[in-house]
Design a protein around this ligand. Structure first.
Ligand code: MN
Ligand code: MN
Length: 465
């Protein structure tokens, strides 16, 4: 190739680089510390409630205080507000008025799991079980024969809320959903992957030891209820007003001989939630007000009082605006939101569902998605070209390694995030997040470099002017 052509190529053609080719030494060192703190966040938060609690604990350690309507806030103040124990909104007040807009990062802290039904407990074949109703888009066959923990709350008639955590502590017993042995699995094996394990067969094994005499009834069920009553003071009726979630057991671990990846339950979307949280906790004196939204219910459509469609976010922002004599609509129209959510990482094992030129790559940095959606971008918040240009400027200035991608091949499937709900509020919004392998599986994999770069990306957004 002639020198002239080489020059021209460098100038005109885009180059795709592995993040390890460009990451600085300082970032490489900081990445490890960051990922260690992220893993402990994952281990302390297996449900949206636990993540919200952990986020507030960390926020208070960083000087954030609970916000109350009418509270006098000034530039540099760090505040947070909790939505029904399941979502958290944090803000660092900027030196500029909210009329100039806020810099927002919105992620979700709910993850796919198995919720207990309102009448969950039963006994069959002398074994005791909990019936479940899966939450979010999960592949049912992945949730059998893996150890499970049970987390959540039981709200008693009295108003008291009992926190439940079973199976997470060292040495504590865990739970499991059984599957057929191969010897008898012939017919099951012929079924399509998504039909071999049905929703109604996702029943959690609780115990096997009967109580009483051989001619008694409900012996195993009663034994389980007795144990739960001893530990938590609850009766079977109390399941009526409970939110108990079965989640994969185990802790976040490094994956690979080079330890470059992290395997864990719940990367979607705690990996972005933690990135946004960590970034706002470090923020000192931003020009514009920085807002970190950790939402619930994204996995089932962002509905309900704790989802991104809830007015809880608008109320929080409205209260802040009111304190400055600013109209909420004026704040929104000048705001920017990074919809921080995971994207699919190109998986060579399943290359045919990806379009190589537009797939997010592991270790290529934070993955921007101009749009998500399915079947011709349906349901997507398609960010304006100008918005993408703005973020290119912000990320490049801050030395963030990033890539732009789509979630899979055209018509191969698709997905959505909270982006559309932010954009519907008249806030310029762009999707960006960590590429994930085995997304929505009980054990998902992400690259440390991408986690760290997503944190840097959130920080850059918060600090942008
Ligand atoms: Mn997500
Ligand atoms: Mn998801």
């Amino acid at each position: 190739m002639s020198e002239e052509m080489k020059e021209l190529k460098k100038k005109l053609l885009a180059t795709e680089k592995n993040g390890y080719d460009t990451i600085s030494e300082a970032d490489t060192a900081a990445m490890e510390d960051y990922c260690a703190s992220y893993k402990s966040f994952l281990n302390n938060g297996k449900t949206e409630r636990e993540c919200a609690g952990e986020a507030m604990r960390l926020a208070e350690l960083s000087g954030f205080v609970p916000y109350h309507r009418g509270m006098n806030v000034k530039p540099g103040d760090k505040i947070y507000s909790c939505n029904r124990d399941k979502g958290v909104m944090l803000a660092v007040i900027g030196t500029e008025s909210l009329a100039r807009g806020a810099q927002i990062a919105a992620a979700h802290i709910d993850s796919p799991r198995l919720d207990l039904k309102p009448n969950p407990l039963y006994e069959e074949g002398e074994l005791a079980y909990f019936k479940t109703h899966y939450y979010g888009g999960l592949r049912k066959y992945q949730w059998v024969t893996i150890p499970l923990e049970l987390h959540g709350v039981v709200a008693l008639r009295s108003g008291e809320v009992v926190r439940v955590s079973l199976g997470a502590k060292e040495g504590e017993s865990q739970f499991v959903i059984t599957d057929l042995l191969p010897h008898l699995g012939g017919e099951q094996g012929k079924k399509p992957l998504n039909e071999a394990i049905t929703g109604e067969s996702l029943n959690i094994l609780l115990g096997s030891q009967p109580m009483g005499e051989s001619d008694d009834t409900d012996r195993t069920r009663l034994q389980i209820m007795k144990l739960l009553n001893e530990k938590y003071g609850i009766t079977e009726d109390d399941f009526t007003s409970a939110e108990l979630e079965a989640v994969p057991a185990g802790k976040a671990v490094d994956i690979g001989l080079d330890r470059s990846l992290i395997g864990s339950y719940g990367h979607d979307d705690r990996v972005c939630g933690y990135a946004a949280l960590h970034a706002i906790l470090e923020l000192a004196h931003p020009t514009k007000t920085a807002v970190c939204m950790l939402a619930d219910k994204e996995e089932i459509g962002s509905m309900g009082v704790t989802g991104m469609q809830s007015a809880a976010f608008d109320t929080f922002m409205h209260d802040l605006c009111e304190g400055q004599g600013v109209l909420l609509r004026e704040c929104y129209e000048n705001s920017f939101c990074l919809s921080a959510d995971v994207t699919a990482a190109f998986d060579p094992n399943f290359a045919d569902v990806f379009e190589k030129k537009n797939a997010a790559r592991v270790n290529h940095g934070m993955g921007l998605c101009k749009y998500t959606g399915a079947r011709g971008k349906s349901g997507a918040s398609d960010a304006c070209a100008e918005t993408v240009a703005y973020i290119r400027r912000v990320l490049d200035k801050a030395g963030v390694i990033w890539q732009i991608a789509e979630l899979g091949k055209v018509d191969a499937g698709g997905g959505g995030t909270v982006a559309m709900y932010m954009a519907n509020r008249n806030i310029e919004t762009l999707d960006a997040g960590v590429p994930v392998l085995s997304m929505h599986a009980p054990f998902e994999v992400v690259a440390k470099l991408d986690c760290y770069m997503t944190y840097k990306g959130c920080k850059a957004v918060f600090e942008a002017e």
